[in-house]
Write a protein that binds this ligand. Sequence first.
Ligand code: FES
Length: 147
Amino acid sequence: MDLKDLYRDVILDHNRQPRNFGHLDAPDGRAEGHNPLCGDQLSVFVRMAGERVEDIRFEGKGCAISTASASLMTEAVKGKDRAAIRELFERVHALLTRADAPADITLGKLAALSGVREFPARVKCASLCWHTLNAALEHGSATISTE
Ligand code: FES
């Protein structure tokens, strides 16, 4: 399966059946992210165990790419600590924005997001959840806009 097929299949799958969709009661961190270009927004909730994300959920209304990206992100970060999540975000961000970013098979299903590079207007769709998670981890409670 080439990356284009992977991109299509992973986005479709995670948009149809988003993982970790919903909210967490009494979260340690939560943030609202807003994409002003389209009006879409999503909320990210985290429960921490020390430095580690013990549980995470997201909810909101967004396009297929933003929903799938948030679903993939929750799967990828659950159980990781802040430092590992920061490092993962750097790699995903490079994948989304740099045409010369090498294929990184260690990213697993997240590698499918490199397909977004062909549609620059959609990069914000895919990165909205990550900026929102960063805000939840840094501030405990925050509202951000990706502008
Ligand atoms: Fe709104 Fe993608 S079109 S987040």
